[in-house]
Design a protein around this ligand. Structure first.
Ligand code: 2RA
Length: 328
């Protein structure tokens, strides 16, 4: 199987390659795609060197699958061109997520809805994936009325420029700024851009994408997205109001049984999820599960995941794995 990775030299693209290799994805030929300045560079994958090519060349090679992480504009222009030659595109940008004709997929939740007709599949936003994976088993069992989420997001979600800014600030050096303010010793309540309603795009992605993936517009979601000087992953403090009564043990059992979730919840021995330990892992980690004592049917919990893995690359590769399974 020929697989293209569009954006192969970027942060998510590099993790896509790592995850493809780790999971022994059955590809016979890798087509690494990047901008003109990287064309001709060699990328080593599973002991073989592949030359980076541009998008025009990659389309002509007609890969069966193309994993995209190259920004919305590139995806809007090129995903249809790949689809026209029969490629199935799995796109990590926000370009297609809310398109009513495109599926927004977290495999453990809604991959079964995919058919051979789906030639452009949207990978949800990283902060949405980890949230909705934890919500799904609880929504099925107890009916979710409302979610209030505050995120504590890794700078890797912004990209290399942000990581460089933090390193410069550690060293007391000036340099290019990825954020309007210093990120070292700071918390910036501003992820992506502000909209007319005074929410940021990141916050509205959590609201809109969660409804689409759960396939339930009645679920109310209110979000605050904050950037913090952390690299390992995104953390989220989540308050959930349910339709039905519940016991914490029932919540834990529902989470524990759901694929892709690891419970880390034993305050007596300081056990709870943290990005420093989630980094490099593919699961979504849930802990600090406790009743909200201010409401009869509400719960608080803490969700952590590596935003470059389950939040992007691993979820995309898992969609590709599902496609192989169903088309086998
Ligand atoms: C962020 N979720 O963390 C966005 C894009 N990866 O900045």
């Amino acid at each position: 199987m020929k697989v293209a990775v569009v954006g192969a030299t970027g942060m998510v693209g590099q993790v896509m390659l790592k995850v493809l290799a780790e999971r022994n994805f059955p590809l016979t030929e890798l087509i690494p795609v990047a901008s003109e300045k990287s064309v001709g560079k060699e990328i080593e994958f599973n002991g073989k060197n592949y030359k980076v090519v541009n998008l025009e060349t990659a389309v002509k090679r007609k890969p069966e699958i193309a994993l995209f992480s190259a920004g919305g504009d590139t995806s809007l222009e090129w995903a249809p061109k790949f689809a026209e030659v029969g490629t199935t595109v799995i796109d990590n940008s926000s370009a297609w997520r809310m398109d009513p004709t495109k599926k927004l997929v977290v495999p453990e939740i809604n991959a079964d809805a995919l058919t051979e007709e789906d030639k452009i599949i949207a990978n949800p936003n990283c902060s949405t994936i980890q949230l909705v994976l934890a919500l799904k088993p609880l929504h099925d069992k107890f009916g979710i009325k409302r979610v209030v989420v505050s995120t504590y997001q890794s700078i890797t979600g912004t990209g290399v420029k942000a990581v460089q800014q933090l390193e410069n600030e550690y060293k007391g050096e000036n340099g290019e700024m990825a954020y309007p303010y210093p990120i070292h010793r700071n918390a910036i309540p501003h992820c992506d851009v502000f909209l007319e309603n005074d929410y940021t795009k990141e916050e509205m992605k959590l609201t809109h994408e969660t409804k689409k993936i759960l396939n339930d517009d009645t679920v109310l979601v209110s979000a605050t997205a904050v950037r913090i000087p952390v690299v390992g992953g995104h953390s989220e403090s989540v308050n959930i109001e349910f339709e039905k009564d519940f016991e914490v043990e029932e919540i834990k059992a529902a989470l524990k049984d759901f694929s892709g979730i690891t419970l880390q919840d034993n305050p007596a021995v300081n056990t709870y999820p943290m990005p420093i330990y989630a980094e490099g892992k593919n699961d979504v980690f849930v802990g600090r599960i406790r009743k909200d004592h201010s409401h009869p049917r509400a719960l608080n919990m803490w969700i952590v995941a590596d935003n470059l893995r389950k939040g992007a690359a691993t979820n995309a590769v898992q969609i590709a794995e599902h496609l192989i399974k169903v088309n086998a």
